[in-house]
Design a protein around this ligand. Structure first.
Ligand SMILES: [Zn+2]
Length: 169
């Protein structure tokens, strides 16, 4: 069984604009800015033998304001820049009640099946409570980067930045 690090896309791999309750996610390639400082920590995790899986909720796909083509172009850029093994998307809206929209753990469980992962020995990195909750439900250890979006749900560790997290995992 392999170990994975699941990485929330927004604010960890690409820049977002801060909003009062939610981050504002980029919708076009033009707006999409890769976080270059994440490159080295991800390379370290990859070298340590982790499968790297980015995860993202993209409700704009079903709500109609995110074009699939534009999303594919953004994700092509991410895959070129980071050593990602996989990039998993929930395209659903809250009202679809799907199993994969975080905080639900569907993307993690699907990846575990696809990549033969031991979720008990895997980590989730994010700056948001939804990923901590998905980690808890799936049995992964959550490592949160400190942010205003951590909320009150269970998380395992809050660390100051991605460099510290990469050393920790
Ligand atoms: Zn979904």
């Amino acid at each position: 069984m392999k170990r994975a690090v699941f990485i929330e896309r927004d604010a960890i791999l690409n820049e977002v604009r801060p909003g009062p309750k939610h981050q504002i996610t980029p919708l076009t390639l033009e707006e999409f800015k890769v976080k270059r400082e994440a490159k080295e920590p991800l390379a370290k995790l990859k070298a340590a033998g982790f499968i790297l899986v980015a995860t993202t909720n993209q409700p704009g796909l079903s709500r109609g304001y995110q074009s699939r083509r534009e999303l594919d172009r953004m994700h092509e850029l991410l895959r070129r820049f980071f050593p990602l093994d996989d990039l998993m998307i929930c395209p659903h809206d809250e009202s679809d009640h799907c199993p994969c929209r975080k905080p639900r753990p569907g993307l993690l469980i699907e990846a575990a099946f696809k990549w033969h992962l031991s979720l008990d020995h895997s980590y989730v990195i994010s700056d948001k409570w939804q990923d901590a909750e998905a980690a808890r439900t799936a049995g992964c250890t959550s490592l949160l980067v400190d942010s205003p979006y951590i909320g009150q749900v269970h998380h395992d560790f809050v660390l100051p930045n991605l460099d510290v997290i990469a050393e920790f995992a």
